[in-house]
Design a protein around this ligand. Structure first.
Ligand code: ATP
Length: 131
């Protein structure tokens, strides 16, 4: 089976390239469907730029990269949960579907809060020096 011949594949991936292709497709769906994912990427780019401007330490870079990836992972997870819920209940209103989606969104919120706290700890001293 070729890489472009798997649009209706339901069997397990047999090659690493197939697994990679599908994982990249997952990233593409998330980028396409989730505005928040795009927002997080823009914020991550700004944080990286500011990190370079302030010449933060190696340890600070480690923290920044960890929280950036945590937020992106949370957003990918949230998207997967939204797809599962939509698959199960379609467009019908269901109180449990609401709970699941809201809790899933809360995962992103908590990850984003952690990123803000880490960002403040790292950048606040540099910002204070500017004034
Ligand atoms: N089938 C449903 N039944 C009940 N409530 C729902 C349903 N689908 C969505 N909701 C409610 O609408 C909100 C938005 O749902 P949606 O699937 O559009 O996510 P979204 O706008 O992509 O959210 P996020 O900002 O977390 O990415 C959910 O958090 C939930 O409160």
């Amino acid at each position: 089976m070729g890489l472009n011949d798997n649009s209706h594949q339901t069997k397990k991936n047999r090659r690493f390239t197939q697994s990679l292709f599908h994982a990249l497709e997952g990233l593409r769906w998330t980028f396409q469907d989730e505005t928040n994912f795009k927002r997080h990427l823009v914020i991550a780019a700004i944080v990286i730029l500011v990190g370079f401007l302030f010449q933060v330490s190696k340890l600070d870079w480690l923290w920044l990269i960890v929280v950036i990836f945590l937020v992106l992972i949370a957003e990918l997870w949230n998207t997967a949960v939204e797809y599962i819920v939509d698959l199960l209940v379609q467009k019908h209103y269901d109180p449990l579907a609401k709970k699941i989606k809201d809790v899933s969104a809360a995962i992103v919120l908590v990850a984003a809060l952690l990123a803000v706290v880490v960002g403040l700890i790292i950048f606040a001293p540099h910002l204070i020096k500017l004034f």
